[in-house]
Design a protein around this ligand. Structure first.
Ligand SMILES: *[C@@H]1O[C@H](CO)[C@@H](O)[C@H](O)[C@H]1NC(C)=O
Ligand SMILES: *[C@@H]1O[C@H](CO)[C@@H](O)[C@H](O)[C@H]1NC(C)=O
Ligand SMILES: *[C@@H]1O[C@H](CO)[C@@H](O)[C@H](O)[C@H]1NC(C)=O
Ligand SMILES: *[C@@H]1O[C@H](CO)[C@@H](O)[C@H](O)[C@H]1NC(C)=O
Ligand SMILES: *[C@@H]1O[C@H](CO)[C@@H](O)[C@H](O)[C@H]1NC(C)=O
Ligand SMILES: *[C@@H]1O[C@H](CO)[C@@H](O)[C@H](O)[C@H]1NC(C)=O
Ligand SMILES: *[C@@H]1O[C@H](CO)[C@@H](O)[C@H](O)[C@H]1NC(C)=O
Ligand SMILES: *[C@@H]1O[C@H](CO)[C@@H](O)[C@H](O)[C@H]1NC(C)=O
Ligand SMILES: *[C@@H]1O[C@H](CO)[C@@H](O)[C@H](O)[C@H]1NC(C)=O
Ligand SMILES: *[C@@H]1O[C@H](CO)[C@@H](O)[C@H](O)[C@H]1NC(C)=O
Length: 473
């Protein structure tokens, strides 16, 4: 809506302003100027037209945004800075802490988001649930979306996102996938993205999601979800469930290099339609390890995981969360029971051309798992075992060392309808932590094992000893 008084006043200001020349402005200039009058540049935002960017040697726009301080919401100013410099420029946030009090959906093209401190998300839980950005997949929620192409998220080794997740960990301690908990960062519909020296601490839910994107290179990335609630220490429950480090979904060509995760859920998870995913040098402390899936949760929908290479992976428990799984292949049962996120199933598809090598693990409950009847609902599992329709094939595991915490080293149960085939195991040398039930150390159900696959000791077993998945709904 045009406000005439503002417009007249605005033109007068334009003429008086020293930056504006007095020649007759074009219609386009007028619209731009009026636009910036209606959305004035805040005093905490400074703008430089021809900043010489030392990293490229070119001149480009630079917006420098300071924090308002005292926990005042910086979200509107941040969006203004992005609107001014997020196409072709640099958006620089030099201060230590910026408060983000509302969901953000921003676009960056040919630009750099240069964070020297934290985007610190507010913790008004009812507000965030009410104002969630919905993600249809698993009925999940997002706090912050970045779209675009050819952009860099630079955390400068000292900044990124502080999800202030403690409030959420307290809120959701008893329930997995509690509705409305938002993911800290979603890279959405993006192409040619570099994320570097970037951290996400205390994520509200999954720390990061790469969704509908391609050519994403994530180097020197750090995620840490820790519960500081003293109750957590003496509690058997996993207070950190759903604090995944990074998930890929409908994305192609995503590379993680030098990744450190501490938390209580998937360190990395490859969700439906993750292709050409590369991981080099990842350390995971606590949680459910490197997950392929969950997948095939939606009846009648085809899901794919393909062309994956991972190497140099280390997995440990943390001082507040066990290492439940090491490398974990998890697909939903073949029936559709209940609604996602905790129910569902009946999807199909395949995972193939996956290589995981040079993995070291320490004290992991279940180092190597294939689960093909996944559901988070309480139901009679036996009835639905062997129903899964998703196919795990052409998977190559090489040079795994370390130890399991208990008897189980490999616990692999594929579906009778889609047996696992064309897997190879080379130099799998994980010592069981206990030897009182050697019959469950290497169990493989519905597995086509060839002569050279290196897990000759693997055999079918329906034993339910040590099958507790542990704390992560
Ligand atoms: C940022 O500020 C908020 C509010 O004061 C605080 O809760 C949070 O811990 C700070 N984050 C960092 C990383 O200092
Ligand atoms: C998502 O979950 C909320 C809360 O449980 C529920 O009200 C809503 O119907 C769900 N939506 C879908 C599509 O399942
Ligand atoms: C991250 O920061 C460190 C130390 O400042 C630096 O050595 C390293 O090259 C940076 N990584 C990237 C990908 O820029
Ligand atoms: C994958 O993305 C990288 C940039 O991260 C790019 O250099 C490479 O060419 C891409 N590969 C393919 C096959 O698209
Ligand atoms: C994660 O944060 C906790 C609490 O600050 C800290 O004790 C722990 O060392 C951190 N983990 C890593 C891997 O940096
Ligand atoms: C692996 O990642 C860790 C953590 O980022 C880093 O300290 C280490 O230098 C990396 N190793 C290699 C060989 O790059
Ligand atoms: C995954 O890709 C297949 C094509 O390979 C497509 O049919 C399916 O709808 C996609 N599924 C999802 C969840 O995107
Ligand atoms: C398997 O995946 C790798 C990437 O991890 C890729 O380079 C290779 O071409 C793929 N192989 C086939 C047969 O598609
Ligand atoms: C096996 O992996 C470990 C790291 O877990 C590595 O140090 C070692 O060099 C690898 N061995 C071979 C033969 O590549
Ligand atoms: C477990 O398998 C054995 C044979 O391998 C069979 O006799 C037994 O009935 C099975 N038990 C259940 C609960 O399926």
């Amino acid at each position: 809506m045009w406000n005439k008084a503002l417009l007249v006043l605005g033109l007068a200001t334009l003429v008086r302003g020293s930056v504006i020349d007095l020649s007759i402005p074009s219609a386009g200039d007028l619209v731009t100027e009026i636009g910036s009058l209606l959305h004035p540049i805040p005093s905490v935002l400074s703008y430089q037209e021809d900043y010489l960017d030392p990293s490229t040697g070119y001149k480009r726009k630079l917006c420098t945004l300071h924090a308002l301080g005292s926990e005042q919401d910086d979200a509107d100013n941040f969006v203004k800075a992005v609107e001014k410099c997020g196409d072709g420029g640099i958006v620089r946030l030099p201060d230590a802490n910026y408060t983000i009090g509302r969901p953000l959906d921003i676009s960056l093209t040919n630009s750099v988001l240069d964070l020297h401190g934290w985007l610190s998300f507010s913790t008004d839980i009812p507000y965030w649930i009410e104002n969630r950005i919905p993600l249809q997949f698993q009925n999940q929620s997002l706090a912050f979306i970045i779209r675009g192409h050819d952009y860099v998220l630079e955390g400068n080794d000292k900044g990124g996102i502080d999800g202030n997740g403690q409030a959420w960990y307290n809120y959701a301690k008893d329930y997995g996938n509690k509705f409305g908990r938002p993911m800290s960062l979603a890279i959405k519909d993006s192409k040619n993205v570099i994320i570097k020296n970037f951290s996400i601490i205390q994520p509200q839910f999954w720390a990061s999601l790469i969704w509908g994107s391609e050519n994403v290179y994530i180097k020197d990335f750090y995620v840490n979800a820790t519960s500081f609630n003293p109750e957590a220490a003496s509690d058997q429950k996993n207070w950190l469930q759903n604090t995944d480090g990074s998930d890929t979904y409908q994305s192609h060509n995503v590379t993680y290099e030098n990744f450190v995760y501490q938390g209580g859920d998937d360190c990395l998870a490859l969700k439906p339609n993750s292709t050409l995913i590369t991981v080099r040098n990842a350390t995971c402390l606590g949680g459910t390890g490197i997950a392929f899936g969950s997948i095939a949760q939606y009846a009648g929908i085809k899901d794919v995981i393909e062309d994956v290479y991972m190497s140099d992976i280390r997995l440990y428990p943390s001082d507040q969360c066990p290492g439940y799984q090491g490398v974990y292949f998890k697909s939903w049962l073949g029936y559709s029971l209940g609604q996602p996120p905790n129910g569902g199933g009946g999807g199909y598809g395949y995972a193939k051309n996956i290589t995981v090598e040079d993995v070291y693990m320490e004290d992991i409950w279940h180092p190597l798992v294939v689960q093909s009847d996944l559901t988070y609902l309480e139901l009679n599992r036996e009835k639905y075992a062997d129903s899964g329709l998703f196919e795990w094939t052409d998977i190559h595991l090489k040079n795994f060392t370390g130890n399991a915490l208990y008897n189980r080293v490999a616990w692999m149960s594929c579906s009778k309808l889609t047996p696992c085939h064309d897997w190879t195991f080379e130099d799998i040398d994980i010592k069981p932590g206990k030897k009182d039930h050697p019959e469950i150390s290497y169990t493989c159900n519905n597995f086509v094992l060839g002569g050279k696959d290196g897990l000759n000791q693997c055999h079918p077993s329906n034993s339910t000893l040590e099958t507790d998945n542990g704390g992560t709904l």
